[in-house]
Design a binder for this molecule. Structure first.
Ligand code: AP5
Length: 209
């Protein structure tokens, strides 16, 4: 199954993806995670996108489309995938339809107030990328990842100004994709407001699992 996670920043896409990978045995492909890994490795791609991402803007379509096209051509994505964070613009969605049409789109339904609360309290493992939250899911030892012992930090784009910018960008450029996929009859809404366990159940129902 070729599955797409669509929703505002901080809706819980990455958190649900961890559970969905276990359930569906499909690779989780997150453009945000690929960019962050390039930034950490100081590769040419990382150096190019760091300022753009930290300020809450989108990386250009050409770079992002090429990156995803190459990633989806790898062997592990042949049986299907969970695509998270791509497409984010109508041109990206049209390009994806050409090189890898999607079966189902999960739309994470949550108001702005919910995402601001989640993003402003988010902490992330610098090593394995696992998500935590200062209220909803704290690591057992403060500042240390339960899974790998890595350092737990605040993402540079989780500062207040960048959060506001990301929400504006989402409304202007990404939210139109909801109508784009709804018209194709492949979009399912999932209530992303409740605690994680409940969102997982909503997701399973949406897919008929
Ligand atoms: P990306 O990494 O994709 O960021 P995002 O879409 O803004 O999504 P987030 O990772 O912020 O949130 P999430 O929905 O995964 O929420 P999470 O599970 O972490 O992209 C980063 C940047 O890269 C973009 O801004 C852009 O610059 C660039 N980029 C990426 N893709 C691009 C593209 N296609 N085109 C151009 N540029 C691109 O959860 C958030 C918090 O809430 C966590 O603390 C978590 O513990 C908590 N939480 C989650 N679920 C729940 C719940 N149910 N109850 C309580 N707390 C919860």
């Amino acid at each position: 199954m070729k599955l797409l996670f669509l929703g505002p920043p901080g809706a819980g896409k990455g958190t649900l993806a961890v559970k969905a990978v276990e359930l569906l045995k499909l690779p989780h492909i997150s453009t945000g995670a690929i960019f962050r890994s390039a930034i950490a490795g100081k590769s040419p791609l990382g150096l190019k996108v760091k300022g753009i991402i930290d300020s809450g803007q989108l990386v250009d379509d050409e770079t992002t489309i090429e990156l995803v096209k190459e990633r989806l051509a790898l062997e592990d994505a042949k049986k299907g995938f969970i695509l998270d964070g791509f497409p984010r613009t109508i041109p990206q969605a049209k390009a994806l339809a050409e090189f890898s049409p999607i079966d189902r789109v999960i739309n994470f339904d949550i108001p702005d107030s919910g995402v601001v609360e989640r993003l402003s309290g988010r902490r992330v493992c610098r090593n394995c990328g696992l998500n935590y939250h200062i209220v909803f899911s704290k690591p057992k030892k403060e500042g240390i990842c339960d899974a790998c012992g890595g350092e737990v930090y605040v993402r540079d784009d989780d500062r207040e100004e960048a959060i506001r910018k990301r929400l504006r960008v989402y409304r202007d450029q990404t939210a139109p994709l909801i109508g784009f996929y709804r018209e194709q009859g492949i979009l399912v809404d999932v209530d992303a407001r409740p605690p994680v366990e409940e969102v997982v159940e909503n997701f399973k129902k949406a897919l008929g699992l």
